[in-house]
Each structure stands twice: as C-alpha cells, then as structure tokens.
Design a protein around this ligand. Structure first.
Ligand code: BV8
Length: 239
C-alpha cells in the first residue's frame, strides 16, 4: 500500500506521558511569553529566565515518571516493521520517541537533553542543569552552553531532508500538533502537492484540519496504534 511515509509529531503526542503542551489552558505558553523564553533575543535579555524555563522542563525527567505512551511505542513498531521508508520528524524536544525505541528521530526543533556551544555550535549531552556549571569543552575559556533548541526566528534543523522526503512521500501523518508554527505547519501542503494521502490525528478539531484529507479525532495513544496496524496490514488509513 504505502512506500514512503513522513510522520510529524507535536506536543500532543507527549501530553499523555505527562508533559505539558504549549497552547493548552495550562500550557507552557500560559506561564511564559514566547518572546521571553523561546527567542534568541529573550535569551540575550535574560539568560537566567530562559535557563530556568528549560531546567524546569529537564527536571520533569529526573523522577523517571515521564515515560513513552502507546503512541510513541506504536511509531517505534512502525519504524521497525514497515517494509518501506519512514521519516519520523518531531517538533518535540523530549526524547520519548527514542525511549520508545524509535532509532532515527529527526528533531527539527532541537533536543532538551543537549546543550550547544555558542561559539562552535558543538552539542553536548546535558549532565547538569543549564547555568554556570554547564560549559563546553571545545573552547578556552569554556563557554556556557545554551539549550540545543530552535527558538522562534531561528532556522529549524535539517529542513532540506524534510522537504525532500515530503516531495516523495505517499502518506503524511501529523500527530498531536496545533499546526500553528511554521515551517512545520506547512508540511501538509507539501505532502498534498506531492499527491500523498494526508491524515491528522488530534484530540481536538484544529484550524488546519481542512488541509488534511483525513482527520481522526481522539487521543494519540488510542488512534496511533490503530493507524500503525492498518499500515502494517497494507490497508488505507482514514477509511
Ligand atoms: C523559522 C522549540 C525561518 C522550543 C519551538 C508569520 C506567519 C508564518 C510564520 C511566521 C510568522 N511570524 C513568524 C513566523 C515564523 C515562526 C512561526 O511560525 N511563528 C508562529 C507563532 C506564527 N517560526 C519560526 O520562527 C521557525 N523558524 O521560521 O525560520 C526559516 C524557516 C525555514 C527555512 C529558512 C528560514 C522556528 C519555530 C520553532 C520554535 N520552537 N519549539 C521549545 O520547545 O521550547 S515551537 C513549539 O511550538 C514546538 O516545538 C512546536 O513546534 C510548536 C507547536 O506546538 P505543538 O507541538 O503543535 O503543540 P501545541 O501545544 O501548540 O498543540 C498541541 C496539540 O496537541 C493541540 O492541537 C492539541 O489539541 C493536541 N493534543 C493534546 N493532547 C493530545 C493531543 N492530540 C492527540 N492526543 C492527545 N492526547
């Protein structure tokens, strides 16, 4: 049935694992202005505030209560068992796809568990919270690491590879994303242009639903396993 699949996940796939989304009533952006915590200007203006924002998200993982849910596990099964090509692109900076067993995850907005040297752009696994003690080993004097995260106004990671996969895909599935941030929100247009089938899975109806041929309304942990089973059984999705 399908040969080349592109999957885009957003904060909604991690919601059932206990991680806040961005735009829910109790979401991350309700407690902070995007401009203050997710832009280079905000980091320049008040690095301690931004470090506190990302350290609070890092600390959620310290008690190991945040685990992959059935949606993450189903996508890992798809990447293992599908006999065609799957590109798993996530807007999320958590590592729940990797914890679920997905081996090749394209973090287009970066990764929470990595810091980046502001001089060399080299990335480092975070062993301490962001701050004076998290410094690079590639410079003298050592430089304080910034979050390895794509902020608003910065260019997402690996865009050429994503555009190429979208141009060739025959199925595009967006899971748990509000479709409000570009360029990710425009991927469905590229998939439609490529003649792919397009499916969105979301607990709510969202404004970009009309751009998708199919929409499954429900929790990712319930819908994604069903869709993965259909794909592996060589059935069309969305019907
Ligand atoms: C760029 C990392 C240039 C940080 C993030 C005007 C028009 C168009 C574009 C722009 C514009 N002005 C500025 C722009 C560009 C800007 C942008 O799009 N702004 C928006 C606000 C208009 N974009 C950028 O700046 C990007 N860079 O454009 O560079 C360029 C581009 C290409 C090539 C050359 C140059 C960079 C954007 C990256 C910003 N960084 N994250 C961090 O994580 O701290 S964005 C952040 O929000 C996330 O990463 C994610 O990408 C984004 C959207 O969030 P979602 O994942 O969708 O989460 P949200 O809470 O919104 O929604 C959750 C959904 O899940 C909901 O729909 C909910 O119903 C659903 N859900 C909840 N629970 C469940 C569920 N679904 C299923 N099951 C459940 N259980």
């Amino acid at each position: 049935m399908y040969q080349r699949i592109v999957i885009l996940t957003g904060a909604g796939i991690s919601a059932e694992s206990g991680l806040q989304t961005f735009r829910a009533a109790d979401g991350l952006w309700e407690q902070h202005n995007i401009e203050d915590v997710a832009t280079p200007e905000g980091y320049q203006r008040d690095p301690l505030l931004v470090e506190r924002f990302y350290n609070s998200r890092l600390s959620q993982f310290s008690d190991h209560s945040i685990k992959p849910n059935l949606a993450h596990l189903a996508l890992a099964k798809l990447t293992r068992e599908f006999d065609g090509q799957v590109l798993l692109v996530t807007q999320n900076i958590d590592d729940l796809h990797e914890q679920a067993g997905s081996t090749w995850v394209h973090h287009m907005h970066g990764e929470l568990h990595k810091g980046r040297c502001p001089i060399t752009q080299q990335t480092f696994a975070m062993t301490h919270p962001f701050g004076e003690h998290s410094v690079c080993t590639c410079c003298l004097p050592a430089q304080k690491l910034r979050p390895h995260v794509v902020w608003f106004g910065e260019i997402p990671i690996g865009m050429p590879a994503i555009h190429q996969a979208l141009a060739q895909c025959d199925l595009f599935i967006a899971i748990g994303t509000s479709g409000t941030v570009y360029p990710a929100a425009g991927f469905v247009d590229e998939a439609n242009f490529a003649g792919a089938q397009t499916l969105s899975i979301n607990i709510d109806a969202i404004s970009s639903d009309s751009l998708f041929q199919y929409h499954l309304k429900g929790k990712a942990s319930e819908m994604v396993p069903l869709v993965v089973d259909k794909i592996l059984a060589h059935q069309r999705v969305g019907e």
